[in-house]
Design a protein around this ligand. Structure first.
Ligand code: PLP
Length: 386
């Protein structure tokens, strides 16, 4: 039995998505910019997918720019807004310190080119406070970028409240909703944002396809220049099969959003409670609510998360740590670090993220194997330090 509890990293395609993509690859090869039948067939497929993605987030299809990933959407939102607002002399950008690298490294790149960047720390709840944003805003702030749901701990930020603050100072508001779209209701108008990023492979669609929702009237400087694709906002011949896959995945997600969220929350809670009960020295990182229903991030006292991840993998269970192993050194999770946790806590935490194929039997299997693995690792450390 192989168990995949790493849905926040990526999700498998559901069969209906794979089928629609295969059919599209086989039958729809035209260039959507061509005037003839073949081109128009591709354009119709893209338009249908665009409408379905728009419906999932309460948007007008014409406000969506289809992109090549969540990363590209984040880049386009931030670079595009920063550059478009440059003549207005607004050169200040704000984000939370728990954003994904797609946002953080884009801000770093802009900082090297002269923009001022403020990163807001969060407390141990993993939720940004409105007061913190208020005190960071200046008249030069061009854009505020705060993620909707965090990929490591799952906490959901008060985006509508934060948007109102950004707008009160004349700044634009972007949210990276890559980890919330398809998991919880996302409505661009209710969130009050100007820009929203999403990515198909986080909701059982294909990798390498995403979208940026751009509120009508918001000007962005394109980052990909070339033809007039996507109404001049994103040049490049469209990945028709990928876009079709995203459209079908969006329709499926929309059709079962609430029941699937309830099912996953029950499974996640069963897993979380089961682990906390069966393993001593465990605690959940971040606030329990508001949180996406599929995610829990748990700290295991006196355990190296990387070792536990490998031990679980050997038992057929795939999970993840927020820490990245770069050039042989273990980088602590920047999210847990920004939440103010001490080093040992940033390196002993595992993320379990569930999804469409997750079952109760899988949850129970993980609760069964974990205590033994944790004991074994703790005993090894005890011997090594004795
Ligand atoms: C919050 C968040 N933003 C952006 C991304 C990047 O999306 P993509 O993998 O489509 O580039 C991810 C992917 O892990 C993510 O979790």
């Amino acid at each position: 039995m192989r168990i995949y509890f790493d849905y926040n990293a990526t999700t498998p395609l559901v069969p209906a998505v794979a089928d629609a993509m295969s059919a599209s690859m086989r039958d729809v090869f035209g260039n959507a910019s061509s005037v003839h039948h073949f081109g128009q067939q591709a354009k119709a497929a893209i338009d249908a997918a665009r409408s379905s993605v728009a419906a999932l987030i309460g948007a007008d299809p014409l406000e969506l720019v289809l992109t090549g990933s969540g990363t590209e959407s984040d880049n386009f939102a931030i670079r595009g807004a920063a550059e478009a607002l440059e003549p207005a002399k607004r050169r200040h950008l704000i984000a939370s310190a728990i954003e994904h690298e797609a946002v953080l490294n884009t801000l770093k790149a802009l900082a090297r080119r002269g923009w001022t960047v403020t990163l807001l720390q969060v407390d141990q709840s993993g939720i940004l406070s409105a007061d913190q944003l208020k005190s960071a805003m200046t008249d030069d702030t061009a854009l505020v970028s705060v993620m909707h749901a965090n990929n490591e701990i799952g906490t959901v930020q008060p985006i509508a409240e934060l948007s109102a603050i950004a707008h009160a100072h004349g700044a634009l508001m972007h949210t990276d909703a890559v980890q919330s779209v398809g998991k919880i209701p996302v409505d661009v108008r209710a969130l009050g944002v100007d820009l929203l990023s999403l990515s198909a492979h986080k909701f059982n669609g294909p990798k390498g396809v995403g979208a940026l929702w751009v509120r009508r009237g918001v000007r962005l400087q394109p980052i990909l220049t070339g033809g007039k694709h996507e109404r001049g906002r994103r040049a490049g011949t469209e990945n028709v099969a990928g876009i079709v896959g995203m459209g079908v995945a969006a329709a499926l997600a929309a059709a079962k959003l609430t029941p699937e969220a309830e099912r996953l929350a029950a499974l996640r809670d069963r897993l979380e409670h089961g682990i906390l009960r069966a393993v001593t020295g465990t605690v959940v990182n971040g606030a329990l609510t508001p949180r996406v229903p599929n995610t829990t991030n748990i700290s295991f006292d006196r355990v190296e998360a990387e070792s536990l991840l490998i031990a679980l993998d050997l038992e057929g269970v795939a999970v993840s740590t927020g820490s990245a192993c770069s050039s042989g050194t273990l980088e602590p999770s920047h999210v847990l670090k920004a939440m103010g946790f001490p080093p040992h806590r940033t390196q002993n935490s595992l993320r379990f993220s569930l999804g469409v194929f997750s079952t109760e039997a899988e949850v129970d299997r993980v609760i069964e194997v974990l205590p033994k693995l944790v004991d074994k690792l703790r005993n090894l450390t005890k011997k090594a330090t004795a």
